[in-house]
Design a protein around this ligand. Structure first.
Ligand code: ADP
Length: 206
């Protein structure tokens, strides 16, 4: 990764189970968007490696993985996708999912990113999110979704550490999006917010 290059990004933000992964994956399938989920990157690491062991130690308890390790792994994954030309920074908006997740991480990533917009996904019903995570536990065999205590701990971590991330960005770039309803309904709301930003910053590609 070149040191001065800043990746133009949209941050998908919100509590566990709100639909960041689902929406990010759909958006990432549209030309002009590239979605990278830190959670997915973590789950793809060889659990037998030192990094894999360290990641599992925290994520299986619903704790945040240490910041330096998180950012190191995230940068490596991004760089790999760029090298493979799956992610083309001049053409694609980077959809950030799962990073930054606390105030320290906003500092660690800020030299790499130009955050154009924050999509703040809000779901009024915590029980609905827990229900979604339970379904995901079965579908995706996720250890951190299977246990009620771990799920509750992730909400606690979100409230105590992650929610402050929003205060690091100017309110003009924060779009609050209602995350209740079907994936298609939520997608429509996200597109309504994101497409004008894409048109503004990637005019040459539209
Ligand atoms: P969710 O959004 O449902 O919490 P993710 O797939 O984004 O799920 O993350 C799963 C787990 O991976 C988190 O609970 C946490 O342990 C770890 N993790 C993901 N992103 C980060 C991050 N930026 N910093 C530290 N830990 C992270």
């Amino acid at each position: 990764m070149e040191s001065q290059k800043k990746f133009r990004s949209v941050l998908l933000f919100g509590p566990p189970g709100v639909g960041k992964g689902t929406q990010g994956a759909i958006l990432g399938s549209v030309p002009g968007f590239f979605h990278l989920s830190v959670g997915d990157v973590f789950r793809s690491i060889d659990i037998g490696s030192d990094d894999g062991q360290e990641v599992y130690r925290y994520s299986s308890q619903g704790q945040l993985v240490p910041d330096e390790l998180t950012v190191k792994i995230w940068k490596k994954a991004l760089h790999a996708y760029e090298a493979l030309t799956r992610y083309k920074p001049r053409e694609d908006i980077l959809i950030l999912d799962g990073i930054p997740r606390n105030v320290a991480q906003t500092e660690l990533v800020k030299d790499h990113l130009e955050i154009l917009q924050v999509i703040n996904l809000q779901c009024s019903d915590e029980e609905e999110m827990i229900h979604r995570m339970r379904r995901r536990a079965i579908r995706e065999n996720r250890a951190d979704d299977a246990n009620e205590d771990v799920i509750r701990n992730r909400f606690k971590v979100f409230r105590e550490k992650s929610s402050a991330v929003l205060e690091c960005y100017p309110s003009e770039i924060i779009s609050t999006v209602n995350a209740n309803g079907s994936p298609a309904e939520v997608l429509k709301r996200i597109l309504d917010a994101v497409v004008p930003v894409q048109n503004k910053h990637f005019r040459e590609n539209v």
